[in-house]
Design a protein around this ligand. Structure first.
Ligand SMILES: Cc1ncc(C[n+]2csc(CCOP(=O)(O)OP(=O)(O)O)c2C)c(N)n1
Ligand SMILES: [Mg+2]
Length: 624
């Protein structure tokens, strides 16, 4: 069969399927793309010819199209995603940040950047890097460290093997992330003869790896021996569709469950075993359990510094870890006893091995009582009644109360992810979508688009700060173009509230974190607030924009947005001086060791207090 490399890639993508638990689906829902000389004749022409067999979606920014794909893949529990094609040069390097989001969050996305001429006759092509040490280097090599598989198709003959490797990695739960196949622009348009088998329907089974039998009994024995066990649930619980199994595990054993950012929603917030969020942005309930626990069962977590409060949280001398994780390198973190398996399979095996065992009633009740105390804190944060401007927590409360249980809240960077982690009342396993692996400003609207494409029956509430909005708001246009409805709540606080607070805690108060005019006298950015009008900006991009000045007005606007078919941006100004309730946990951000500023010296002294609480988990998991 004679096809160009571009046509062969598209044909192959159309034929790929995933299957788990007997359910089969197309693996690629379509292909995002922005065209230039590097990809228009190869993939562009091929997508035109394929039509709706592999639908083309137009984005405004290459980074954003990778975010949308990652959001989609996360919502689909990694069983489906998109391909993304870019031109060479800036189009390709714009995808580097999106690729990092996908890889850090362990989400499959296929990147197909154009690349420099394989034949090199016309060198240097427009946008070629020209590395004097080697002509086989191009800017696409920037994608190597952020891709779990990277290949460059210099010759058509190399394509079949590369496509199969790409699919292997994309559908492997332990290895998945961004995968890059760079397509030199001449090769992509070159024709070759392909075997028909390459384009036959291919089904990639997503395995549910079972844990080793002996490892299960060892892990169960460690849990049985413990006095104060707890579960830390991570994103792997969702990806493995294990929230029902986790709930059963918690009900059978009484072991309380805390959740990471990616794991939030694993249990509904009001489940009797739910301690809520853990770590630097956690609930006081989960964090006080973490300080005293003697055995932690980590399920599908990568143990980020936010979860461990920078290695300061699990303070009990005798604490040991068991990690149930599909990836060996995660399973071994925290010097844990590793249970390498799919989360659902692993929990089911542990339940069998723990049959008849439970934590004592007192411990169970303590979890319930502390979670109830935290929920009272949430309730009052939701209804602070702060004036004249509302607090951010009240905005979160109003959105939570207006949304239906199955709806999805989306966020990524700024002060809101932490506040959402602490305060959002999750009622559905897929209802909480905060990208906090890479915490990438600009993910919010683009990622929300992918979420809505994966779950059109749900309303998607995108919470975005003014800083993130200004960084990447352009996919609002895509949402209008495709009729993909979002409800965007744009929280205006004239700068970086999150980093503002951080700057104060490291003794560099408010430096570079406010959007202000330069003050002619001091020479600093401390003048008046800038005259930006982000609601007008949203309206100019085609969205319905509503400005609100209070929480009751916000509630009305949310109702209007919910009733509408179109994307609505609700603009609300908040008071950045009102923090969310404290998590009583620490986060390690270094402070200058010497300084002429008194504020920095004071911050350094406090930092050293925090450092004293840090302890790397090194205890061997098995003592006998
Ligand atoms: C792409 C990117 N650049 C920088 C950062 C560091 N950073 C984290 S939050 C933040 C400020 C976010 O501002 P805004 O969206 O207004 O949210 P706020 O902090 O005001 O809640 C910055 C600069 C980041 N996370 N991502
Ligand atoms: Mg802001």
């Amino acid at each position: 069969m004679k096809l160009t490399v571009g046509q062969a890639v598209v044909r192959f993508l159309i034929a790929q399927h995933s299957e788990r638990d007997g359910v089969r689906q197309r693996f690629f829902a379509g292909c995002w793309g922005i065209f230039g000389h590097g990809n228009i004749a190869g993939l562009g022409q091929a997508l035109l010819e394929a039509g709706d067999d592999l639908r083309y979606y137009q984005a405004r920014n290459e980074q954003a199209m990778v975010h949308a794909s990652a959001g989609y893949a996360r919502m689909k529990n990694r069983l489906a995603t998109f391909a993304c094609t870019s031109s060479i040069g800036p189009g390709a390097t714009n995808m580097v940040t999106g690729a990092a989001v996908a890889t850090v969050n362990r989400l499959p996305v296929l990147l197909l950047p154009g690349d420099v001429f394989a034949t090199r006759v016309a060198n240097p092509v427009l946008q070629e890097l020209e590395d004097p040490r080697s002509l086989d280097v191009s800017v696409n090599d920037c994608l190597r460290p952020v891709s779990r598989y990277f290949d460059r198709i210099w010759r058509p003959e190399q394509l079949p093997a590369a496509l199969l490797q790409a699919m292997r990695v994309l559908t492997d739960p332990a290895e998945t992330g961004a995968v890059t196949l760079a397509l030199p622009q001449d090769t992509a348009a070159e024709a070759a003869d392909w075997p028909e088998e390459l384009f036959e329907t291919r089904v990639w089974r997503i395995p549910r790896t079972r844990p080793e039998v002996l490892a299960v009994s060892r892990a169960a024995a460690m849990i049985r021996d413990s006095q104060r066990p707890m579960v830390v649930a991570g994103g792997g619980v969702h990806y493995s569709d294990a929230s029902a199994a986790l709930r059963q595990f918690a009900e059978q054993t009484g072991v309380p469950v805390a959740e990471t950012q990616a794991g939030k929603g694993a249990l509904p917030f009001d489940h009797p075993s739910a301690l809520g969020a853990i770590g630097a942005t956690g609930s006081v309930a989960a964090n006080s359990f973490a300080r005293e626990t003697d055995l932690v069962l980590g399920v599908g977590t990568r143990w980020s510094d936010f979860t461990t409060a920078s290695s300061s949280l699990f303070a009990s001398r005798g604490v040991r870890f068991v990690n149930l994780n599909v990836a060996g390198h995660d399973a071994h973190k925290q010097s844990a006893f590793p249970l390498v398996a799919d989360a659902r399979e692993g929990l089911e095996e542990l339940m069998k091995a723990l049959s008849g065992w439970q934590v004592d009633t007192g411990y169970r009740n303590l979890a319930r009582a502390q979670a109830a105390e935290w929920d009272a804190v949430v309730e009052s944060a939701y209804h602070l009644g702060h004036r004249p401007l509302p607090a951010q927590a009240e905005v979160i409360g109003a959105v939570n109360e207006a949304s239906r249980p199955q709806d999805v809240v989306v966020c990524a960077a700024g002060s809101m992810p932490g506040d959402l982690h602490k305060l959002w009342r999750a009622r559905d396993p897929k209802g909480y979508h905060v990208e906090y692996g890479y915490s990438c400003m600009g993910y919010e609207i683009a990622g929300g688009l992918g979420v809505k494409m994966a779950a059109p029956e749900r309303d998607v509430f995108v919470l975005v700060g003014d800083g993130s909005y200004l960084m990447l708001n352009s996919e609002l246009v895509t949402s209008i173009q495709e009729g993909i409805k979002l409800v965007v709540i744009l929280v205006q606080n004239h700068g970086f509230q999150s980093i503002g607070a951080l700057s104060r805690s490291v003794g560099a108060p408010d430096f570079g974190t406010r959007y202000r005019y330069r003050d002619p006298e001091s020479g600093q950015l401390t003048g008046d607030v800038l005259p930006v009008d982000l609601a007008a900006n949203a309206a100019s991009l085609g969205a319905d924009a509503i400005r609100v000045g209070s929480i009751p007005e916000l509630r009305d606007a949310l109702a209007t947005a919910q009733a509408s078919e179109r994307t609505t941006v609700i603009h609300i100004e908040t008071d950045p001086t009102v923090p969310a309730p404290s998590s009583s946990a620490w986060w390690d951000v270094p402070v200058a060791e010497v300084s002429a500023l008194a504020a920095t010296r004071a911050a350094r002294a406090e930092y050293q207090e925090g450092k004293r609480t840090q302890r790397v988990a090194l205890r061997p998991p098995l003592t006998e």
